[in-house]
Design a protein around this ligand. Structure first.
Ligand code: 2RA
Length: 348
């Protein structure tokens, strides 16, 4: 039999997609153990077509496990990932707890798979979904052109904030649907009241220029993650990166506008060739035919979709792109599963 896998956080928004992916990918696993908080223990979930009972997180749950995929809050991962690693488990962690630890590789298989082999703490980190929604395309362009600077704005779906984010948008949409709201200052806010869930402002009929928590000098934690993680994944520790993160009323699939400046002059033709052939990327770029990626079409798919490829009007070394990716698939569960599969291949 193949290696034993534990899915820790199996009942959450990302955990649910992880189970779908495990049922869709080649079945390389022996036992798959589903683990969650004591509150969810005893539930039965389908994986690989079998009903599997969820067990409560404990030290013993890791006995005999080879690889564990964690999708739990940062503080839970910070506590439990080292416990699992100490029991010989290779942990692939989707929280922010270890991403910037120099002894923990931050892995995107299409970009830096080789870094997954060196993991002194027995932990491999999975990047944040916003970074992941663009980095496969950027990694491909960087390999050819040499990235020198990034300026990015995100358009982030509410499922990035978990099931509570999705519930909040749906409830707010039901409050504003069929009304004339959105025509005078504050009318949406009054209709939504305190039902803003994990967001600081109403997200229905709105955009909210905020994701995460407040960091120094007005930056958000989400913006710092995109900067720090992009630098680490691309191996460019001093890359200038400017990010603004924005929440939009989309259920799933993050989008980003990207201004990327490279070492030398670039051509759109060569950029399009690179993007059209890069593993994990789909070029969808025919504005004359009304073709560009949008979250509504990209949701539920695996690749990073790229459109609107243009050379900057005032800088022949820079490209403008619109990038879209499913934040629960490549942005979280899929990348985690791909890393787990890399590690499993080492064991076979
Ligand atoms: C969000 N990227 O979209 C975050 C989740 N890690 O809120």
């Amino acid at each position: 039999p193949g290696p034993t896998l534990a899915v820790v956080g199996a009942t959450g928004a990302v955990g649910t997609v992880m189970l779908q992916i495990l049922s869709q990918h080649a079945d390389i696993w022996g036992e798959i153990r589903l683990v969650a908080s004591p509150r969810s223990a005893g539930r039965k979930l389908a994986v690989r077509g079998e009903e599997t009972e969820v067990v409560a997180l404990s030290e013993e749950v890791f006995d005999g496990v080879d690889i564990a995929m964690f999708d739990v809050p940062d503080e839970v991962a910070a506590h439990w990932a080292p416990i699992a690693a100490a029991r010989g488990v290779v942990v692939v962690d989707n929280s922010a707890a270890f991403r910037m630890d120099p002894d923990v590789p931050l892995v995107v298989p299409e970009v830096n798979a080789h870094t997954a082999r060196v993991r002194p703490r027995g932990i491999i980190a999975n990047p944040n979904c916003t970074t992941l929604s663009m980095i496969v395309a950027l990694g491909a362009l960087h390999a050819e052109f040499g990235l020198r600077e990034l300026v990015v704005s995100s358009y982030q779906a509410v499922s990035g904030a978990g099931q509570a984010g999705v519930r909040t948008l749906r409830q707010q949409l039901s409050l504003v649907a069929g009304t004339e709201l959105g025509t005078s200052p504050g009318d949406v806010r009054r209709a939504v009241g305190d039902r803003t869930g994990p967001f600081p402002e109403p997200v229905a009929l709105n955009v909210v220029p905020w994701a995460g928590t407040l960091r120094e000098d007005g930056w958000s934690s989400e913006e710092m993650k995109v900067r720090d993680e992009s630098r680490k994944i691309l191996g460019l520790p001093r890359l200038p990166v400017a990010v603004t993160c924005v929440r939009v009323p989309v259920v799933t699939a993050h989008s980003l506008t990207v201004h990327a400046r490279f070492e030398d002059e670039v051509t759109v033709d060569r950029a399009r060739e690179i993007l059209a052939t890069a593993p994990g990327v789909v070029l969808c770029d025919d504005p004359a035919a009304g073709e560009f990626p949008t979250p509504a079409d990209v949701v539920g798919t695996d690749p990073t979709w790229v459109g609107r490829v243009r050379r900057a009007l005032d800088d022949p070394t820079a490209l403008e792109l619109f990038v879209c990716g499913d934040n629960l698939r490549k942005g979280a569960a899929l990348n985690t599963a791909q890393i787990a599969e890399l590690v499993a291949a080492e064991m076979s």
